[in-house]
Ligand binder design. Structure first.
Ligand SMILES: [Zn+2]
Ligand SMILES: [Zn+2]
Length: 342
């Protein structure tokens, strides 16, 4: 497929979409009903529907009996870890295999023309972004994801959470499913913004940002503090009246959904001229420029409200540069005052 119909490629071979990132249409004033109706299926399919499907599959096929979950034990915890690890291996691994190992799409729709494997770097364990990211995912992030999952299920099983049944509260629970990706975005924004504070950044979040040119394995490559705080989004369902299936859905939006920002391609080519939108661009810009797009696609546009939104356009770039300049000036002024005072 000709990616130049959808974007431009610069001298380095990096591709960028020509359309700017748009907030969901319910933020438009006056509200555009038709645009909202068109947006809805894109919001639900395929990604959120996929996360719901995996949550249901877990609930009916993987999650142990409530009686078993009343007692914490290594048996069911390790079982859940194995399933999470296997599922991530298959899901992230197949995207990695097709698009980064076999490179079946070449660099069509690829933001950064380079592939991480071709650029060994000292910042990574074994000088390899892939090995480093892979090992961190399976030894740090997936165990912490599982720890959150085990604790959350143990609380539900023991009646420490407000467990609502689908039969009694269908409308409320359906609404909660609908809003869960928005809860994710707000939680992610707050955790992510906090670990960009200079002190925490160096200690915690720099691990994730070693991957300036992310690939699927970068998604869960995190410091333990970040990995725990990121997946802890599911614990909101211990606070609000909910249902364990929705808490699992919330966890899967985080764990499986992390790949979206790190696919590195704007569209994945499928058969017969059809493509799948990755929703990767906002977070790709975050990896490129660090101090923009702390949240996701703007379901709840905290970046826009706080002035850190970059929509990929020239205007977005100018806004970012102006903000960076202001910050530099502020820091220089502070330094000069310190020198004078000293
Ligand atoms: Zn990232
Ligand atoms: Zn970051």
């Amino acid at each position: 497929m000709d990616d130049l119909k959808f974007g431009i490629r610069d001298k380095r071979g990096d591709w960028a979409p020509s359309a700017r990132l748009e907030l969901p249409p319910y933020w438009a004033r006056p509200p555009k009903l038709m645009a909202i109706l068109k947006w809805l299926p894109e919001y639900l399919f395929p990604w959120n529907a996929f996360h719901m499907a995996t949550a249901l599959a877990y609930w009916y096929l993987v999650i142990p009996d409530v009686e078993v979950m009343k007692t914490l034990s290594w048996g069911w915890a390790l079982w859940l870890y194995s399933v999470n690890a296997a599922a991530i291996f298959v899901m992230y691994g197949s995207i990695e295999l097709f698009y980064y190992v076999k490179r079946r799409q070449g660099t069509r729709f690829k933001y950064n023309a380079k592939f991480p494997r071709d650029n060994p770097s000292d910042v990574f364990w074994f000088k390899s972004q892939n090995i480093d990211n892979f090992v961190r995912s399976f030894l740090i992030s997936i165990p912490l994801w599982t720890a959150v999952e085990v604790f959350m299920l143990w609380c539900f099983a023991n009646g420490y959470a407000h467990w609502l049944s689908w039969a009694d509260h269908p409308v409320y629970l359906a609404a909660l499913v609908f809003f869960a990706p928005m809860i994710h975005e707000v939680h992610f924004f707050l955790v992510h913004r906090a670990i960009h504070h200079p002190l925490l950044y160096k200690w915690i979040h720099s691990v994730h940002h070693n991957s300036i040119n992310p690939s699927p394995w970068s998604s869960l490559s995190m410091h333990p503090v970040e990995a725990f705080a990121y997946h802890a989004v599911a614990l909101w369902h211990l606070v609000i009246p909910s249902n364990p299936i929705i808490a699992l859905f919330q966890l899967h939006v985080a764990g499986f959904g992390a790949v979206n920002g790190h696919i590195g391609f704007d569209k994945l080519e499928l058969a017969h001229d059809s493509t799948l939108d990755s929703h990767a661009y906002a977070h790709y810009l975050h990896h490129k420029y660090f101090e923009v797009n702390y949240g996701g696609d703007g379901l709840i546009p905290l970046d826009k409200w706080l002035g850190t939104w970059h929509d990929g356009s020239k205007e977005g770039d100018a806004l970012m540069q102006a903000r960076f300049r202001k910050k530099r000036d502020r820091m220089n002024a502070k330094k000069q005052t310190a020198v004078r005072a000293g």
